[in-house]
Design a binder for this molecule. Structure first.
Ligand SMILES: N[C@@H](CCC(=O)N[C@@H](CS)C(=O)NCC(=O)O)C(=O)O
Length: 227
C-alpha cells in the first residue's frame, strides 16, 4: 500500500489514524513499540530524526513527514481538497485553525505529556514537578474550553474552529481520554466534556483510537470504545 503510518497507542499516535479514517483513505499501519524504543532505531531515525511516533510516508509523492500537526496538514492539503475536515488558506477559519493547532502542539500536548511523566511514569516522585504540570494541564484545558465557547458564540458550532470538524479537533481529542490517567476531572471543563463526548460518538474517531491498539487508559466519563 502506498500510504504508510508508523504509530503506536498513545495520544500523539492516535491523531493520524483518526484523520485518515475521516478522510476514508486506505493505509498500512506499521506498529512502533515505544516501550522497546523501536523509535530510536537507525531505520526509524532515518525517517524521523526526532525519534518519536507518529511518522507518515506517502509513496505516491515521495513524502516522509513527522510531527502530528505537519502530517495532518499534509493530508488535508493533498487529500481533503473539498475542505471537509480543514479550511483553505486565505480564509479567516484557516488562521484560527493554525492558532488552535499551535496551541495544541506547543501547549496542551507538552504540558499533559509532562504531567503524565511526572505524575505516573517517573520513578522519583517530585511534588513540585507533579503540581506544576498538573496545574498547567488544567490551565490549558480551561483555555480549550474557552476556544469552544467562543467558537460556539461565533458560528453556533460544536467544534473548535469554524462551522465544522477540522485539524485542531483531531489534534486535541487524541489527548482528552487520558486526562483521567492523571486524575483530572474532565467535567471541570463543561464545553470540553460536551465536545469530547460528541467527537467520540463519531465512528471514524472511535476507530482511530483502536489503531494500532486500544489506549492504555480511558476516561470513564466519556463514551467507551466497546459497546
Ligand atoms: N510533537 C510530536 C510529539 C510526538 C511524541 O511525543 N510522541 C511520543 C508518544 S505520544 C513518543 O514517541 N514517545 C517516545 C519517545 O519520546 O521516545 C508530534 O506531535 O508528533
Amino acid at each position: 500500500m502506498s500510504l504508510k503510518l508508523y504509530t503506536g497507542g498513545t495520544p500523539n499516535g492516535y491523531k493520524i489514524p483518526i484523520f485518515l479514517e475521516l478522510l476514508k483513505l486506505k493505509y498500512e499501519t506499521i506498529p512502533v513499540n515505544i516501550g522497546q524504543n523501536t523509535q530510536k532505531e537507525d531505520w526509524y531515525l532515518k525517517m524521523n530524526p526526532n525519534g518519536k511516533i507518529p511518522t507518515f510516508v506517502d509513496e505516491t509523492t515521495d513524502t516522509t513527514v513527522s510531527e502530528s500537526a505537519a502530517i495532518l496538514t499534509y493530508l488535508a492539503d493533498k487529500y481533503d481538497t473539498e475542505r471537509k475536515y480543514s479550511y483553505a488558506p486565505g480564509t479567516k477559519e484557516y488562521i484560527k485553525m493554525l492558532e488552535v493547532t499551535y496551541f495544541q502542539m506547543a501547549g496542551l500536548g507538552p504540558m499533559q505529556g509532562q504531567a503524565n511523566h511526572f505524575v505516573k511514569f517517573a520513578k522519583e516522585k517530585i511534588p513540585y514537578a507533579m503540581e506544576r504540570y498538573s496545574n498547567e494541564t488544567k490551565r490549558v484545558y480551561s483555555v480549550l474550553d474557552e476556544f469552544l465557547k467562543r467558537n460556539k458564540e461565533e458560528y453556533d458550532s460544536d467544534f473548535l474552529v469554524g462551522p465544522h470538524l477540522s485539524i485542531p479537533d483531531v489534534l486535541c481529542i487524541g489527548w482528552v481520554p487520558f486526562l483521567s490517567f492523571i486524575e483530572i476531572d474532565i467535567k471541570e471543563f463543561p464545553n470540553v466534556f460536551k465536545w469530547a463526548t460528541k467527537m467520540l460518538e463519531i465512528p471514524e474517531v472511535r476507530k482511530g483510537f483502536t489503531i494500532p491498539n486500544k489506549p492504555f487508559a480511558w476516561n470513564d466519563a466519556l463514551p467507551p470504545l466497546d459497546e
